[in-house]
Design a protein around this ligand. Structure first.
Ligand SMILES: *[C@@H]1O[C@H](CO)[C@@H](O)[C@H](O)[C@H]1NC(C)=O
Ligand SMILES: *[C@@H]1O[C@H](CO)[C@@H](O)[C@H](O)[C@H]1NC(C)=O
Ligand SMILES: *[C@@H]1O[C@H](CO)[C@@H](O)[C@H](O)[C@H]1NC(C)=O
Ligand SMILES: *[C@@H]1O[C@H](CO)[C@@H](O)[C@H](O)[C@H]1NC(C)=O
Length: 449
């Protein structure tokens, strides 16, 4: 506080008369020698500054300053950084100038906090501490980045408009508007838009796999950076998955009234005609099988055989006298769609006649059986087979009655077993396929016949 003191010393005596006589006066100068009893003192204990990223290396950040009330060596201050500080920061020991030797990257570290020491040169030295907090300001130095350069999505056809196709991940590590990205669909071959609030791709229209089974588009991502925006693009391929929405189309024969004459001399195994259908769907949904629903008559098994895969109709056995005349085959053309196949029906008409003249159909036959044809043919009502044309009517009726009673008996047994199984299954929480057992029964009837 005060390094010099002056002491005025006065020597005085008293005369004979008693008056005061000053005989001498002296000034004593007292110099107070310094002891290091003051630590350096920072003008601010906390410095704060902001600096833009991508700075020039070696950039000066700020100057810290501390004063020391002592004198001489005791007041000579040197500055240093905490030894754990990143080596990119340096401080001038005498000047207190803080600088950064590297390029700062906000995306790597947004805030740096440094501890600065000011130490005097006394013995022992005294020191004090200040903190410097550096906030790195963002620049738009990162373009939006897609999770993958090529997105592949699958979507079923016939989904309602605005159905979600998929999520397109895009990120931008910049801050604020510099990292605020917006997506756009560019040169798309189909009806698609982006929902920017969710980052998802949507259809705007119905998709029909039979028209277009895949689409290509590009997504353009742009940020709102200032003074310029950055963009990047990703490719998107959308495959439209098939739904069984097309029923088979019969190409051959061309109509229900088409008819073909077959010579009675045709040997067994000869290809007579062919049924051919197409299905525009894909995979199982387009896999076609052909089945004759009901034999033309129960007692007179058809001399023609239909191959369920190829649609080839061949002569099954040597044609006999009883085979002469018209044969109508009611054929169900089914695809393999799950859970329910789609189907169409066609009549194939074959005339066995030695004259080999043109075959004319006076009327298209009509189907009188079940209209529920979307299951396997063995579901046709076997127990209800009826034909009155035959001379062996009585025999047939007898056989029929036997059959009906057998059917009834079996159905009773089956119902009983099913009931039993159901209660068993219910205990296990299972589910019983409704018509499983009766179907097998009918197959058995066929093979026995
Ligand atoms: C998409 O459009 C851009 C122009 O906007 C064009 O340069 C690019 O070739 C197009 N890409 C395709 C695959 O058509
Ligand atoms: C043939 O007749 C059936 C009904 O008996 C009908 O469902 C089908 O569409 C007809 N096919 C053609 C090609 O006319
Ligand atoms: C069906 O007939 C064609 C001849 O038209 C023959 O090439 C093919 O092998 C036959 N398919 C079957 C399964 O018999
Ligand atoms: C075979 O054809 C001839 C002439 O076209 C006809 O008179 C005859 O009745 C036919 N036979 C049969 C069994 O349909």
């Amino acid at each position: 506080m005060k390094s010099e003191h002056y002491i005025y010393v006065v020597v005085q005596g008293r005369s004979a008369e008693g008056s005061v006589i000053i005989s001498s006066r002296r000034v004593i100068r007292v110099l107070v020698a310094d002891v290091n009893d003051n630590a350096p003192h920072f003008l601010q204990s906390r410095y704060q500054l902001e600096v833009e990223e991508n700075n020039q290396p070696g950039k000066l950040l700020l100057r810290v300053s501390a004063s020391d009330a002592d004198s001489g060596y005791n007041s000579r201050v040197t500055y240093s950084l905490d030894k754990h500080t990143s080596t990119i920061f340096n401080i001038g020991p005498e000047t207190g100038q803080l600088s950064v030797s590297a390029v700062l990257d906000r995306e790597q570290q947004g805030v740096h906090t440094l501890t600065v020491f000011a130490r005097d040169s006394g013995s022992p030295p005294l020191e004090s501490v200040a903190t410097v907090s550096i906030r790195v300001l963002d620049q738009n130095d990162n373009a939006p980045a897609f999770l993958t350069p090529h997105f592949i999505f699958f979507i079923h056809e016939n989904v309602p408009p605005f159905a979600q196709v998929g999520r397109v991940g895009v990120t931008d590590p910049d801050e604020g508007e510099n990292g605020n990205t917006e997506l756009h669909v560019v040169n798309s071959s189909g009806p698609f838009v982006v929902d920017n609030t969710k980052g998802t791709l949507h259809t705007t229209n119905n998709l029909d796999r039979e028209t277009d089974d895949h689409y290509e588009l590009y997504l353009l991502a742009s940020d709102h950076g200032h003074p310029f925006t950055l963009t990047s693009a990703a490719r998107v391929t959308i495959f439209v998955e098939d739904i069984n929405d097309n029923q088979p189309k019969v190409i051959l024969p061309s109509s229900n009234s088409s008819c073909q004459t077959v010579s009675p001399a045709t040997i067994a195994g000869t290809l007579v005609t062919k049924i051919y259908a197409i299905d525009e769907d894909l995979g199982l949904n387009s896999e076609i099988t052909y089945t004759v629903v009901a034999p033309e008559s129960a007692q007179n098994s058809s001399p023609f055989r239909l191959d369920s895969r190829s649609g080839n109709i061949t002569v099954a056995q040597q044609l006999l006298q009883k085979d002469l005349g018209m044969h109508h085959m009611f054929i169900v053309v089914r695809d393999g769609g799950k859970p329910a196949p789609l189907y169409t029906t066609i009549w194939v008409n074959l005339l066995v006649n030695e004259s080999m003249g043109p075959c004319n159909l006076d009327r298209v036959p009509t189907w009188t059986g079940t209209s529920d044809l979307d299951q396997t043919p063995s579901k046709a009502p076997i127990c209800e087979v009826e034909d009155t044309r035959s001379a062996q009517l009585t025999l047939l009726v007898g056989l029929g009655m036997m059959l009906v009673s057998t059917c009834l008996l079996m159905v009773t047994i089956v119902l009983y077993l099913k009931q039993k199984r159901k209660s068993l299954q219910q205990n296990r929480g299972g589910h019983v396929e409704e018509n499983e057992i009766p179907l097998r029964l009918k197959d058995k009837y066929y093979s026995d016949d």
